[in-house]
Design a protein around this ligand. Structure first.
Ligand code: ADP
Ligand code: ZN
Ligand code: MG
Length: 488
C-alpha cells in the first residue's frame, strides 16, 4: 500500500461470508430430524456422532435448496462439485473433520443487487458447545458440555466479493439477502437463533487506491445492529493503526457488542491448516437438468425484482417499494389491498401510492411486532377505508381513528364510521361550525384580511377541534376564504 497521506480519507472495503442453516426436515448426511430446542443429544445417530465405519448420504432437499440459492443469486452452477473433508480438532466436531466443499463449490460468480457473489457451497454445521458460568451447572455437569443436536445441520455458505464500502451498506445488503432467502422458504434466517450467521471481512485503503488493504475478519455477528457497529468499530481501529504509522495485521477478531471492544481470536500465523482432502465416501454432486429446472421453477419473485416492479408499475417511491418488497408479508398485504381496491366496483378508489402509504405509514406502526396476516385488519377492509377517504366520505384524520379501532378489533370501516359518527361533517353542519370559528377568532380574521395567509390555520384548527377531525382540511380552508372575501 502506498504511503498514506495524513489528510487523505480512507475507504473501507468489506466482504461478507454468510452461513445459512437450511430448513430441511433432516440433517445433511443422515436421517436425524433437525432440532429446534429439543433436549440435548436427542437428535443424533452414529453418522452425525462420527462413529467409525458409518457412511454419509447427501440430503436431496438440501441440494435442492442450495441449487435454488445458487440460481437466485445468479450464479453458474458447477456441473460436478466436490465434497471435501476439512480437518480440525474441536469438541463440537466428533468426526475430527467437517464435510464441506472446497476447490469446486456448488455455485460461483453471481450477484445480488450490486454486490458480486464469489461462491456458494454446501456443508454441515458443527455441534454446539454450551458453557456453564462459573457456578453454573448444565444437566448436572459443570464447565462445558456438548449438544450434538445441531451437528450435521445442512448449511449453505455464501461468500461475497469485497464490494461493500460501508457498515451501513453491508447491513442493508444483508437485509436484502435475508429477505431473499426468507421469500424462497429455504431457511428460517433468524440471526439471533443462529440460522443466519455472518462474518465480516474488513480492510481500509486510501480513497482512490485500486489495491486492497490487509483484511481482518469479524466472526459471528448475530444481528444487523451488531454487524453495523462491529464493522464501524473495526474501520475506526484500522484507521487509528494506519494513521499511527502501523500496519493492519491479518487476523480473526471478536467484537463484543456490550462493551464495543474488539479482541483477537487468532492471527494469520495461528491460522488453521485444514488439510482438505476429497471426501472418499461421497460421489461428486452432478445436478441433472431435471434438478436444475425443478430448482428454477421453485423460485418465487424475489424481493429485488419485486421492489423494481412496485416502483415501475405502481409508481411507488423507491424506499416504499423496498420496504414492501423486503418484508414479503407486508408486500403481500399491500398487493391484496391493491387488488381489492381495483375490484371494488364503482366509486372512488384509493390508488396504489395512497394504499402504500396507508400500509407502511399507518398500519405498520399499529401492528407492532405482529405480521399483517395475523392482524384483524384485512387488506379488503383497509382498501375500503382508503377508498372512503378518496371519496371524501371520511376525513383523513377520522379514518385514522377508525384504523385505531380496526387494528385492535377488526371490523368493517363503513359500519364503524356510522356507529361512531365519524363520517365527514355534512355541508350545513360544517357551514355553521365554520361561521362559529370565524366569529370566535377575530384576531386571526384581522390578520388574514391584512394579508397574513398563514393565520387561516388557527380557524381551520378550531373547526377541526369542533368536528373532532371529521372535516376535509382543504374544504374547510375553501369555506373560510369564501366567507372572508367581501364579494364572495
Ligand atoms: P481467505 O482466503 O482469507 O478466506 P478470501 O479471498 O476467500 O479470503 O475472502 C474471504 C472474504 O473476505 C470474502 O468475502 C472476500 O470478499 C473478503 N475479502 C477478501 N479480501 C478482502 C479485503 N482486502 N478487504 C475486505 N474484504 C476482503
Ligand atoms: Zn444423525
Ligand atoms: Mg476463504
Amino acid at each position: 500500500m502506498p504511503e498514506p497521506v495524513a489528510d487523505r480519507p480512507y475507504e473501507p472495503v468489506i466482504g461478507l461470508e454468510i452461513h445459512v442453516q437450511l430448513a430441511t426436515r433432516t440433517k445433511m448426511f443422515c436421517g436425524c430430524a433437525l432440532s429446534f430446542g429439543e433436549e440435548p443429544n436427542t437428535r443424533t445417530c452414529p453418522v452425525c456422532l462420527g462413529h467409525p465405519g458409518v457412511l454419509p448420504t447427501v440430503n436431496a432437499q438440501a441440494v435442492h435448496f442450495a441449487l435454488m440459492i445458487g440460481l437466485a443469486l445468479g450464479c453458474e452452477i458447477a456441473p460436478r462439485s466436490l465434497f471435501h473433508r476439512k480437518n480440525y480438532f474441536y469438541p463440537d466436531l466428533p468426526k475430527g473433520y467437517q464435510i464441506s466443499q472446497y476447490d469446486v463449490p456448488l455455485a460461483r460468480n453471481g450477484a445480488l443487487g450490486d454486490v458480486r457473489i464469489h461462491r456458494v457451497h454446501l456443508e454441515e454445521d458443527a455441534a454446539k458447545l454450551v458453557h456453564a458460568g462459573a457456578s453454573g451447572r448444565i444437566h448436572g455437569a459443570a464447565g462445558s458440555v456438548v449438544d450434538f443436536n445441531r451437528g450435521g445441520t445442512p448449511l449453505v455458505e455464501i461468500v461475497t466479493e469485497p464490494d461493500l464500502r460501508s457498515a451501513a451498506e453491508a447491513s442493508e445488503w444483508l437485509r436484502l439477502l435475508r429477505a431473499t432467502l426468507r421469500r424462497m422458504g429455504v431457511s428460517d434466517v433468524n440471526m439471533e437463533e443462529g440460522s443466519l450467521r455472518c462474518d465480516a471481512n474488513v480492510s481500509i485503503r486510501p480513497a482512490g487506491e485500486a489495491t486492497l488493504g490487509t483484511k481482518a475478519e469479524l466472526k459471528n455477528m448475530n444481528s444487523f445492529r451488531f454487524l453495523q457497529r462491529g464493522i464501524d468499530a473495526e474501520i475506526a481501529r484500522q484507521e487509528q493503526v494506519v494513521r499511527g504509522g502501523g500496519t493492519v495485521t491479518q487476523e480473526t477478531l471478536h467484537f463484543d457488542p456490550v462493551t464495543g471492544d474488539i479482541s483477537s481470536l487468532r492471527s494469520k500465523e495461528e491460522a488453521h491448516d485444514y488439510r482438505y482432502f476429497p471426501e472418499p465416501d461421497l460421489v461428486p454432486l452432478a445436478p441433472t437438468e431435471a434438478m436444475l429446472s425443478r430448482a428454477d421453477d421453485a423460485l418465487p419473485e424475489l424481493p429485488a425484482a419485486r421492489a423494481e416492479r412496485l416502483e415501475r408499475d405502481l409508481e411507488l417511491a423507491p424506499e416504499t417499494a423496498r420496504l414492501l418488497a423486503f418484508r414479503g408479508e407486508l408486500g403481500d398485504f399491500f398487493e391484496a389491498a391493491v387488488a381489492a381496491a381495483n375490484g371494488g366496483g364503482d366509486g372512488a378508489v384509493a390508488g396504489p401510492r395512497a394504499l402504500a402509504s396507508w400500509v407502511t405509514v399507518e398500519l405498520v406502526p399499529r401492528l407492532g411486532d405482529t405480521e399483517p396476516t395475523e392482524s384483524p385488519v384485512t387488506p379488503e377492509a383497509l382498501a375500503k377505508l382508503a377508498g372512503m377517504v378518496s371519496a371524501k366520505a371520511v376525513s383523513q384524520s377520522a379514518a385514522k381513528q377508525v384504523l385505531d379501532v380496526m387494528a385492535i378489533d377488526g371490523g368493517d370501516p363503513e359500519a364503524l364510521i356510522v356507529e361512531r359518527g365519524l363520517g365527514m361533517a355534512a355541508a350545513d353542519e360544517l357551514g355553521a361550525i365554520v361561521d362559529g370559528a370565524i366569529e370566535q377568532n377575530a384576531a386571526a380574521v384581522e390578520q388574514i384580511r391584512s394579508g397574513n395567509e398563514k393565520a387561516i390555520g388557527a380557524i381551520v384548527g378550531a373547526v377541526m377541534r369542533e368536528t373532532k377531525g371529521r372535516a376535509d382540511g382543504g374544504e374547510v380552508q375553501r369555506m373560510i376564504r369564501q366567507r372572508l372575501t367581501v364579494d364572495g
